[in-house]
Design a protein around this ligand. Structure first.
Ligand SMILES: Nc1nc2c(ncn2[C@@H]2O[C@H](COP(=O)(O)OP(=O)(O)OP(=O)(O)O)[C@@H](O)[C@H]2O)c(=O)[nH]1
Ligand SMILES: [Zn+2]
Length: 344
């Protein structure tokens, strides 16, 4: 790779400010493009570099999109820099810690279609994830060419947030790259999420000019593995970067209370004004949310979905905390047993 600068790669003062003088002199900032089980690959101004990890860093703690400091001569990853944004997901059944999916994303394209796939509750889960991670969400409504009334879907999607960017597109059309260009400019990083068949691959191919998404990435996904054999950070002709990791294709919410409140601002703002702090917004006296529903300024369906998502999130957060606790205890038991063995 030639003629690529750090700024092209997404470098900014946010990352620069984390380096001390010694690091500035001795180490090279590298953007992670692939995470394998035992090593990672990254990009710098000088091309692609394979890195091994210093003791104390595991590949589970490195995500595609991360900026790291490396000792390039020894091909060693020394330190992962603080992330601007971090996308992680609850695992299936929330049996363990959250899984890191991607780092330093600017925009998440939440993709659905102008057909039965359109589901406000599902879109709100994705919005909660994006908002929680401080990533800008953009809703893409594909298959606009296959319906008589795409505006109906656009209106419904716009009602899911304030100032929410919503685009109805034909993913197979020639104008996809141009329509998405405001988010795909130099140094900007994007990812696509959404259900199977909504057009993510079609859009990714349009954005990359056809080079994206190798077969092996999807096969890994089907087996639920966290490694990828393909490259996961794709340079776009518009100057941006597309992250495609297997984990992008099935995001569960856990520990995203802030994101849920941000996704339902009209409700969370009123909830702060309810008479009781633990108000359920049902039939309590002095409930500001119910008052707004009575007056017609809040959609009762939004309240239902808000409460359901909150419950799901609380459950997942609790289960993760329990798993963490269990792991800690197991670790303690194991350490005690090895210590005892050492004495025997
Ligand atoms: N007419 C039309 N067809 C589309 C559009 N978007 C996707 N398709 C078609 O829908 C099918 C599924 O598209 P994909 O891009 O493979 O969907 P995906 O989201 O990547 O699906 P998974 O890989 O299963 O997650 C393909 O046959 C596409 O050609 C669109 O906007 N208009
Ligand atoms: Zn209330």
């Amino acid at each position: 790779m030639t003629d690529i600068t750090r700024v092209d790669l997404g470098w900014s003062p946010f990352f620069m400010s984390q380096l001390d003088i010694a690091e500035l002199e001795a180490l090279t900032p590298i953007r992670i493009s692939t995470v394998h089980r035992d090593r990672v690959t990254g990009l710098s101004e000088n091309g692609t570099l394979e890195l091994t990890l210093d003791p104390g860093i595991t590949t589970a703690a490195v995500a595609v999109g991360d900026w790291v400091l490396a000792a390039p001569a020894q091909h060693r990853l020394v330190r992962v820099l603080d992330r601007k944004t971090e996308l992680s997901r609850g695992t299936e059944y929330h049996t363990g810690e959250k899984q890191l999916i991607a780092a330093n994303l600017d925009t998440l394209f939440i993709t659905t279609s102008c057909n039965n796939d359109f589901n406000p509750a599902r879109l709100e889960r994705y919005l909660a994830l994006a908002h929680d991670a401080m990533i800008t969400p953009v809703i893409l409504l594909t298959k606009a060419d296959a319906t008589d009334d795409p505006d109906r879907f656009v209106d419904q999607a716009r009602a899911l947030g304030r100032d929410l960017a919503v685009l109805a597109i034909n993913a197979k059309g020639l104008d996809v790259t141009e329509r998405l260009s405001p988010w795909c400019d130099t140094g900007q990083t994007v990812a696509l999420t959404g259900s199977s068949g909504v057009g993510k691959t079609t859009i990714a191919n349009a954005l990359t000019g056809g080079s994206a998404l190798t077969r092996d990435i999807r096969e890994d996904d089907a087996r639920g593995r966290h490694t990828t054999t393909g490259r996961s950070l794709h340079h776009l002709p518009t100057g941006g970067w597309l992250i495609d990791t297997p984990g992008m294709r099935g995001l569960g919410v856990a520990d995203v209370a802030y994101g849920i409140d941000t996704t339902f601002p009209e409700i969370s703002e009123l909830a702060a004004k309810c008479k009781f702090r633990d108000c359920d917004h049902e039939s309590e006296p002095g409930c500001a949310v119910q008052a707004a529903i009575q007056s017609g300024s809040v959609d009762p369906e939004r309240l239902k979905r808000f409460k359901k998502l909150k419950r799901e999130n609380e459950h997942a957060t609790e289960t993760i905390a329990q798993a963490r606790d269990r792991n800690r205890k197991l670790g303690k038991m194991y350490r005690a047993a090895t210590r005892k063995k050492g004495r025997d």
